[in-house]
Design a protein around this ligand. Sequence first.
Ligand SMILES: *[C@@H]1O[C@H](CO)[C@@H](O)[C@H](O)[C@H]1NC(C)=O
Ligand SMILES: *[C@@H]1O[C@H](CO)[C@@H](O)[C@H](O)[C@H]1NC(C)=O
Ligand SMILES: *[C@@H]1O[C@H](CO)[C@@H](O)[C@H](O)[C@H]1NC(C)=O
Ligand SMILES: *[C@@H]1O[C@H](CO)[C@@H](O)[C@H](O)[C@H]1NC(C)=O
Ligand SMILES: *[C@@H]1O[C@H](CO)[C@@H](O)[C@H](O)[C@H]1NC(C)=O
Length: 512
Amino acid sequence: MKSSSFAIPLLLLSACDLTLASRLGFYARPRSKQLSGAFARRASIVGNTSVSNVGDVEYLTDITLGGKKFSVQIDTGSSDLWVVGDAPNAKDTGKSAKVTYAVGEVQGAIKTAELGFAGYTVDNQAYISVPADSQNKDGSGLIGLGPNYGSQVSDAVGDSSGDAVLDRIFQQNTSTPNYITFLLGRNDDPTDPPTGDLTVGELMTGYENITSQPKLPVSVVSSSETVNQHWQVLLDANGIVGPAGNDVISEFNIESAVGSTGNKKQLTVVLDTGYSLPQVPASVAQAFYKDVPGAQLVTRSELSGQVWQLPCDKEVNITFKFGGVSYPVHPLDANIDLNLTDSSGNHVCFGAFQPFNPGNGATYDAIFGMAFLRNAYTYINFGDFVEGTKTTADPYVQMLPLTTDSAESHSDFLKVRGNSPWTPEDASIGDRIKSHLPLVIGLSVAAGVLLLAGIAGLCYRSRKSRRTTFFRPTYQPLHEPAPEAYNLNAVQNQGGRAGYHPAYSNPWDSRY
Ligand SMILES: *[C@@H]1O[C@H](CO)[C@@H](O)[C@H](O)[C@H]1NC(C)=O
Ligand SMILES: *[C@@H]1O[C@H](CO)[C@@H](O)[C@H](O)[C@H]1NC(C)=O
Ligand SMILES: *[C@@H]1O[C@H](CO)[C@@H](O)[C@H](O)[C@H]1NC(C)=O
Ligand SMILES: *[C@@H]1O[C@H](CO)[C@@H](O)[C@H](O)[C@H]1NC(C)=O
Ligand SMILES: *[C@@H]1O[C@H](CO)[C@@H](O)[C@H](O)[C@H]1NC(C)=O
């Protein structure tokens, strides 16, 4: 690793360390490019709030409850607000609630207080008050931005006074357009800011174009499963483009595990700002990473199981497609640097798209967490997923691709990680014909040379779909349990970084 290229991440990481050490540092800059103004909370501006970035694995914004400031993680994958420590003038409802995340849980009394969020003020917002202790730091918390269906507070309270934050905002002024948008920055990106923004009911300046992107309907789970309703949409049937520019879904015969999906080639993807490493079917992760020189599928407890370990200087180009639009993933996201080492102490990186098994009865196939979401400005229209709404409108998502300048992202990667070129290869046509040889010979004996020419042409045209059958063993999905949380204690011991958030928000993240 060239020292010049390595110096950048080290600098960033040490700044990040300071951030975490002080905890005030939610507003410290990982890079010197932007000065403090951009970090200041835009409390006076209705509709938007800045989002700070902790090591690319947690995005925080400020809220107030009873006038006291809390720095809370933004989480589109859950639906409750909880904060650690007391808020002035809070009223106890006499009820309590527990929210269980993919890992860990939080519980506490349900209280109400005046909430300030993204420039809106909500009276008597219900939230879970988690007691401060050595692990739960006063002033931290999490704001769930998912559909109200999943809200435990709302369930426990039993009437509309327990509704989730966004529902309350949209209810109290029905003229407020019922959508949110967010943009997540990338920490070590040399050409774009590390921070982000979250807006409620308005678009970010300069990104108004998002409204002309295709509207992706939110896929609705069955009425018996509404608690599992997330902001989820369908990927295109040819919507996963691997490093060699190949159509991963066809090539590996990938099918949706979601029973209700009409076209099994369309994977259901949850958009989750609270989940660090996107979760994808094991065969998708394999297609992305297995041919990268030095790649190894390893088990890392702090990354909650299996993950592809990669040399940090190997660029991996992948793209997803929604509604016919391509969303290239920045190579700094596809091969992510979490400041971890292998068992010999060498600095290693990881394939951010982590293998997982959606399991039986799945309501989704993949979770597109932060490493994907950094590549798309995202708009979520709640439609009639607002409690008490009288209008009938389907919720939908629009996304504006952000990583469209491939020359820039390539050069970003070289600056930060160094240059170690490799050539991703889809099996060449020559290899295919060679591998087809026994079949081809058998057929030619039976059918004659003339027919052979036609078949060779056919094999060539349909090579993608036939490849799995003829050239590779069928890939066995890994039957591992659903991912547990990152072992944050382990990560903490390794340098005190913020937790990598695998779960639908991991409460332990706030314990710094
Ligand atoms: C990165 O890891 C090294 C050693 O494992 C540690 O000393 C350092 O503090 C870590 N940096 C961050 C930002 O976690
Ligand atoms: C309600 O929202 C509309 C549109 O955002 C705004 O113009 C109006 O001032 C709001 N009304 C109140 C009472 O906040
Ligand atoms: C936030 O809102 C204000 C006023 O509506 C606007 O001037 C500003 O540009 C917005 N910020 C972003 C990032 O869109
Ligand atoms: C975005 O807006 C610009 C002009 O404002 C236009 O030229 C461009 O085509 C738009 N892009 C999309 C995706 O709508
Ligand atoms: C990734 O894409 C960039 C931009 O198109 C290209 O320059 C680079 O060679 C690609 N790298 C690999 C390993 O495919």
